[in-house]
Design a protein around this ligand. Structure first.
Ligand code: CAA
Ligand code: FAD
Length: 379
């Protein structure tokens, strides 16, 4: 068993670290406060190849493995989880879904600009009444011969306003249940498509989360992904990989907060010595370091499974469950180690704590990961 990273993986990790420190860190507090999308930084990430990391170079991607993606996601998330969710959605949901299941025409038309980061994409499954219970789709895509007529509302869509391409899951034949669901590629400028107001969020405030409304949107048949009725499986298979991305995001948020807490604990003095020399603080750091290392192993194992073409439904769900729960605990402790300074914005840890919360909710809540894991272990 080889735990060493390859030279290429180290290079990618270091490039992501440098980018995060030099380009994302300045302004991250202000973007969080103003709920400002990191447009310029996302453009740069596209140019550096971070938005189509695993896509074949023949489709404009970087052709890297999933382990490199995890390493890069961790580094970007240490500093700016709003930027990393854009990265995660574009890479593991939109690009992967199109590259794996799209037609050659769909790849040329949509995947190439998405992988190059010239445009970004969105993945639209959740609805006002269908979140965890994702088969209860109310959005309809009625077959009209050469096109589908799309009607309904999607909720909480990341990149909602900044995307140009939307992968929309909708019910074509309600009688067939989840086997009557399709995945359609919708362009922002299609008639009848309206982006709703931006959500005012607790965390990842720099990312843009919107509801989307579709009224009689005509989506050409050639924009369906896969066979008729493949939409729900498409969503599940795509989310299995997406969960590795969000697990790495949680890992990064936690390791960012830990690094800040470690540094602070060696500088801050109380009762005549650095607070790191008080065992209560030192033990917190020991727990945090151990939990982070465990999460990193789970993330890299799930990524390795994917790279080896093994099943990663279970390892990805375990990585996401553990990393998200861990991120919440570790960021709370990071604030605690900072004392009152942890409660104010310029020390970053309060933002990381707020950002950690979403990792327990999106791409399948922690409870949903337990459903996936328990079904696998009991089968
Ligand atoms: N791969 C392939 N097929 C799968 C699958 C997988 N990983 N998981 C389920 N399926 C298939 C099943 O085999 C079944 O098909 P068959 O009947 O042909 O066997 C079908 O899908 C339905 O599966 P279930 O019966 O297991 O469905 P369920 O109603 O019990 O729900 C669930 C399963 C795991 C809870 C699922 O609904 C789920 O994952 N919910 C969470 C939704 C979610 O993660 N949303 C995230 C939205 S995107 C997002 O959040 C992005 C972001 O924030 C940035
Ligand atoms: P519900 O499903 O109503 O769940 C409420 C609570 O009940 C949760 O604690 C849940 O775990 C629990 N629960 C539900 N069912 C069960 C069960 N069977 N057993 C035990 N507990 C259960 N969606 C997209 O499609 N695309 C996106 O880009 C996207 N981005 C998002 C960005 C943000 C900032 C947010 C907040 C959400 C985003 N989502 C996105 C939606 C997200 O995936 C859902 O919020 C999530 O899947 C949970 O669905 P829900 O909010 O409807 O909660």
């Amino acid at each position: 068993m080889d735990f060493n990273l390859t030279e290429e993986q180290i290079m990618i990790r270091d490039a992501a670290r440098d980018f995060a420190q030099n380009e994302l860190l300045p302004g991250v507090i202000e973007r969080d406060e103003k709920q400002q999308f990191p447009a310029e930084q996302i453009k740069q990430m596209g140019e550096l190849g971070f938005l189509g990391m695993m896509v074949d170079p023949k489709y404009g991607g970087s052709g890297l493995d999933t382990v490199s993606y995890v390493l890069a996601m961790e580094e970007i998330s240490k500093v700016d989880a709003s930027a990393s969710v854009v990265m995660s959605v574009n890479n593991s949901l939109v690009c992967w879904g199109l590259e794996t299941f799209g037609t050659e025409e769909q790849k040329q038309k949509y995947l190439v600009p998405l992988a190059k980061g010239e445009i970004i994409g969105a993945f639209c499954l959740s609805e006002p009444e269908a979140g965890s219970d994702a088969t209860s789709q109310k959005t309809t895509a009625i077959d009209k011969g050469d096109h589908y007529l799309l009607n309904g509302t999607k909720n909480w869509i990341t990149n909602g306003n900044n995307a140009s391409v939307y992968l929309v899951i909708a019910q074509t034949d309600a009688e067939k249940g989840h086997k009557g669901i399709n995945a359609l590629i919708v362009e922002k400028n299609m008639e009848g498509f309206v982006v709703g107001p931006k959500e005012n969020k607790l965390g990842i405030r720099g990312s843009d989360t919107h509801s989307l409304m579709f009224t009689d949107v005509k989506v050409p048949k050639e924009n369906r992904i896969g066979e008729d009725g493949f939409g729900f499986k498409f969503a599940m298979k795509t989310l299995a990989g997406g969960r590795i991305g969000i697990a790495s995001q949680a890992l990064g948020i936690a390791s960012g907060a830990y690094e800040l807490a470690l540094k602070y604990s060696k500088e801050r003095k109380a009762f005549g010595k650095e607070i790191s020399k008080h065992q209560a603080i030192a033990f917190k750091l020991a727990d945090m370091a151990t939990q982070i290392e465990a999460a990193r192993h789970l993330c890299i194992k799930a990524a390795w499974d994917k790279d080896q073409h093994l099943n990663y439904d279970l390892s990805g769900a375990m990585a996401k469950l553990y990393a998200a729960e861990m991120a919440m605990q570790v960021t709370v402790e990071a604030v605690q180690i900072h004392g009152g300074y942890g409660f104010v914005k310029e020390y970053h840890v309060e933002r990381l704590m707020r950002d950690a919360k979403i990792t327990q909710i999106y791409e399948g809540t922690s409870e949903i990961q337990k459903i996936v894991i328990s079904r696998a272990v009991l089968s």
